[in-house]
Unconditional design. Sequence first.
Length: 496
Amino acid sequence: METYVLALDQGTTSSRAIIFNKKGEIVHISQKEFAQYFPKPGWVEHNANEIWGSILSVIATSLSESGIKPEQIAGIGITNQRETTVVWDKNTGQPVYNAIVWQSRQTVDICEELKAKGLNDTFREKTGLLIDAYFSGTKVKWILDHVEGAREKAERGELLFGTIDTWLIWKLSGGKAHVTDYSNASRTLMFNIHELKWDDELLEILTVPKSMLPEVRPSSEIYAHTVPYHFFGQEVPISGAAGDQQAALFGQACFEEGMAKNTYGTGCFMLMNTGEKAVASNHGLLTTIAWGLNGKVEYALEGSIFVAGSAIQWLRDGLRMLKNAADSEQYAERVESTDGVYVVPAFVGLGTPYWDSDVRGAIFGLTRGTQKEHFVRATLESLAYQTKDVLTAMEADSGISLKTLRVDGGAVKNNFLMQFQSDLLGVPVERPVVNETTALGAAYLAGLAVGYWKDQSEIATQWNIDRTFEPSMNEEKRNKLYEGWQKAVKAAMAFK
Ligand SMILES: Nc1ncnc2c1ncn2[C@@H]1O[C@H](COP(=O)(O)OP(=O)(O)O)[C@@H](O)[C@H]1O
Ligand SMILES: O=P(O)(O)OC[C@H](O)CO
């Protein structure tokens, strides 16, 4: 009987189930979108039960459409939008509030209070993060402070907290396992990434009872089995879990120190493997756990860009300049340059390296001759410029000069963008055959735990290039273009 590994990729806008074979090839994909809730400006929420429903639905579709039987699934790997926070009642299994999404800004005031108390260094040293509404810790506090009766229940030990991986494993196992993996724990603002434990001092500052927190485990091991009624009568091992960006680093086989990937989706997330060293950043990067595997944890430096592919969606849906995102490539190619136009897509502020929540989007360099083509090109180029900002910070912090950049995510289909990225960074950009590297990473982690794949060297041999983009721009031009971008960002930040 041929066997497979199933990856469940629970993302910000959709859930996907992807079945992989032994060669790491995609056998089947099914995908389901779910509702986004925006109760107030800047707030983003999901219904955790709807997320669970979407997962059950994609599992059912993938098995029925592929014809693969549940007993042919050797293991399940979970990967997820990170930081998004669910709090539920352990007796009823019902969430006490919507899931508060990573993008949501409803805890900005809590963050300001913590910063005003001078706690930034305490959080940074212990968690590798900075105080920002992005991370889970202040979201848990917000739920306990705002939902009637929640704090009392939490103190009586009746409520559980989890990021989406934890919620899904708890549901799939019929409430048996309340666990998370190191990579997800490292995004909560409550986990000490050096001592590898929930940090009592931070929990006290955030007023979060420890009894709510899941057990933190390696990213590749059997956490639990599916309860038969959720998996067509089968008890399948749930054997891998990692946050989506760390899973993509794994799926890109960036196993050696200094190897990096950049994912171009809604936002852009660049991660560099720093091996067993947790490298502290002086340039606005995050220090994060890449994964726990083979009895140890490995770390990564991360640059987070909040608006990337969503800027192309804005051209399409907001400005109605494009019929679909892919058309941006043809428009950009029709002109030689942007003629000095720069788009700074700071729609929700800027992440790495600026961490400025108040700056908003801006356009510079318009003339009477500016056409749609220049505009579209400048928007695409902004993804590459933001990536250059992140890479510059990363090279400064790690002392490592990048030799090549591995890329994935929806926008890497755009050949213009990839070529411009390579030109701007001055390094080759490598696009793999399997673009679903997030799911692939989760599948690999799950497969390793059940002996489906032998080890990381076997996995590394499965990574194949679809196309390499070589840099062809001279240094003078590259520097001049980048200087223009830096001026544009500075000017946007001055306008507040
Ligand atoms: N050919 C393209 N050129 C530029 N951007 C694209 C292209 N195709 C898709 N995108 C962008 O990529 C994003 C979707 O990528 P995906 O990896 O599915 O994102 P996510 O996982 O964050 O939902 C969208 O924001 C879309 O605008
Ligand atoms: O769901 P994605 O792919 O937009 O990823 C979200 C990130 O994990 C947020 O940190």
